[in-house]
Write a protein that binds this ligand. Structure first.
Ligand SMILES: [Zn+2]
Ligand SMILES: [Zn+2]
Ligand SMILES: [Zn+2]
Ligand SMILES: [Zn+2]
Length: 466
């Protein structure tokens, strides 16, 4: 809850004018877009980085510039494409310092014995082929650090951008670069490390790459580790956002090059645009749109964002003083008034945010938020995952098992109602639910008709994704 609340607070909108965010998105880029699309598509195809038959093309989408489109029908669960990162490395904002090669954070770190000032966990990692190029480059700069340097480690992704092949540079040149404060900060922290060693061309290249990373990088989640990396995937970077995406994705391991595997989360007919989501799917509309505006500099206008009730889920509804629910009159306007569906009472968006910020404990939430509000849903989700984390669930009472299964079913129904298809989250939730059912079976818990009904409904939506 604290995280969610601090998220709300830090995102409290001080909205830039339309002109400002258009400029940040770099909408003023010169050059013919369709030519760029052809060049980019040819380059991406030539690089042969994509596994399987090609099922996509790059094309202009009506509202959001370029997009990736399906060239054939793609079944739910089918591979859409698998994209190799053109650039990857530590997140610049990351507090964790990990081994440069294997990203391990549990073993003690020492500096590279050739003295490039990057940290490693072992001799083997230090001698990894992937480290050669950057090691030579960093040594050639004659930096004065004594030990390994967390600053150089954090700047490594941008340093690697300077070492890209010409062919890769050609691809990245054609990708959209964000501008703004975040990019300035990243570039200036690199300049403070290597400033006098870089040419003007280097600096403008790093600025472009930093802008591309800011706008389109994905977070590579590492299995069995709290650590994650930043990756620039040239084809994935062209996928537009939708709050009801039609794909899910996961990453392969280091040995496979951290490939991003994009899979259809529902049936995608030929010609349809292939979408991903840049934000959590169970957030309410105003939080999603605020997050997207601040981090990706655009205002989402998708079908879900335009429907105040989010397909009848009332996910972001708040309670009116008459106990019925209030929703924004115009969900795509941050300053819209919120209206009670029953008594017609009105409340300003600002007032709503103030009240949400003032909520300190879960009991207060009930007063202000109806049961289906996304903040209360998120608390339920946290509970379910916390309670079912252990291998065995013997300690959980029958009553509690029943409650957990009801909560799981409720969340699964919500996922269906939001038309989210077979997301990874749904897969994880189904795993937990089946664990609960197994334990109920083992205990010989009498399934009341409600639980049985839920089990049947659950089975129907139980199309477990990988
Ligand atoms: Zn290592
Ligand atoms: Zn080295
Ligand atoms: Zn949207
Ligand atoms: Zn009311």
């Amino acid at each position: 809850l604290a995280v969610l609340m601090s998220g709300l607070i830090s995102l409290h909108p001080t909205f830039p004018s339309l002109a400002t965010w258009e400029a940040r998105r770099g909408r003023t880029d010169a050059g013919s877009r369709s030519d760029m699309t052809d060049v980019l598509e040819a380059k991406l195809t030539k690089r042969g980085r994509f596994r399987g038959d090609r099922k996509w093309t790059i094309s202009q989408s009506g509202t959001c510039g370029r997009g990736v489109f399906a060239t054939c029908d793609i079944a739910s669960g089918e591979l859409v494409f698998a994209d190799l990162p053109i650039l990857h490395g530590p997140k610049q904002s990351c507090d964790l310092v990990a081994c440069t090669s294997c990203s391990d954070i549990t073993r003690p770190l020492r500096k590279c014995s050739r003295n490039c000032h990057l940290p490693f966990c072992s001799e083997r990692c230090e001698n990894d082929e992937s480290h050669n190029k950057e090691c030579c480059y960093l040594r050639s700069l004659n930096l004065t650090e004594e030990e390994w340097s967390p600053h150089i480690f954090r700047a490594l992704t941008l340093i690697r951008s300077l070492l890209m092949t010409d062919d890769d540079r050609e691809v990245v040149k054609h990708l959209h670069a964000n501008r703004g404060k975040q990019v300035d900060i990243q570039v200036s922290s690199l300049l403070s490390l290597l400033g006098n060693k870089l040419t003007e061309t280097d600096v403008s290249w790093v600025r472009h790459c930093s802008g591309v990373l800011d706008g389109t990088a994905f977070e590579i989640e590492l299995e069995d580790s709290a650590n994650s990396l930043k990756g620039l995937f040239p084809l994935s970077a062209l996928m537009n956002h939708n709050c009801v995406p039609n794909t899910r994705h996961f990453y392969t391991d280091r040995a496979d090059g951290y490939r991003m595997v994009v899979v259809a989360s529902r049936f995608i007919p030929r010609g349809e645009q292939i979408f991903t989501s840049y934000c959590p799917l169970l957030w309410g509309t105003s939080l999603r749109r605020t997050f997207l505006l601040h981090t990706k500099h655009f205002q989402c206008e998708c079908e879900r964002c335009q429907d105040a009730s989010e397909f009848g889920t009332n996910l972001q509804a708040v309670k009116c003083s008459c106990e019925k629910i209030m929703l924004p009159e115009d969900p795509t306007n941050f300053n819209s008034e919120w209206k009670c569906e029953d008594c017609g009472g009105l409340r300003s968006a600002k007032h709503n945010i103030m009240v949400q910020k003032s909520l300190q404990n879960p009991n207060e939430l009930d007063k202000f938020l109806p049961e289906g509000n996304y903040i209360r849903i998120q608390m339920k989700i946290d509970e379910v995952f916390k309670k079912t984390k252990r291998m065995h669930l013997e300690d959980i009472t029958e009553e509690e098992l029943r409650n957990i299964s009801h909560d799981c079913i409720m969340i699964l129904k919500l996922i269906v109602q939001l038309k989210l298809g077979n997301t990874r989250f749904k897969g994880r939730l189904c795993e937990r639910l089946s664990k609960v059912y197994r334990e109920m079976n083992r205990k010989g818990v009498h399934m009341d008709s409600q639980v049985e009904h839920d089990a049947v409904t659950g089975a129907r939506v139980y199309n477990l994704p990988k």
